[in-house]
Design a protein around this ligand. Sequence first.
Ligand SMILES: [Zn+2]
Length: 95
Amino acid sequence: MALNLYHRHGSNCAGGRSLHEMTYESDELRRNWKRCSCPIYASGTLSGHFRRKNTERSIWPEAKTCRIGLGSHWDLGRQSNNTTATTCPGTATPR
Ligand SMILES: [Zn+2]
């Protein structure tokens, strides 16, 4: 299963991005990138269905950790009730 991570920017983006503009980690490696606190989303196709989740992280290292959890969460959700859901969303540290 392939999951993509991207920033999805909001209307109050600190970096001045457009509403719903999507940027990827490679975009943000540019020297003149302005960091913002918009959430990073994980998206991918599972069993032919496109899924998207808000990792509720705004920095890549944390979002990547979250992606791993989301991936297994998606897998588990297919065949069983997932009472052991990832703790990623909802535990974001306030910034
Ligand atoms: Zn933003």
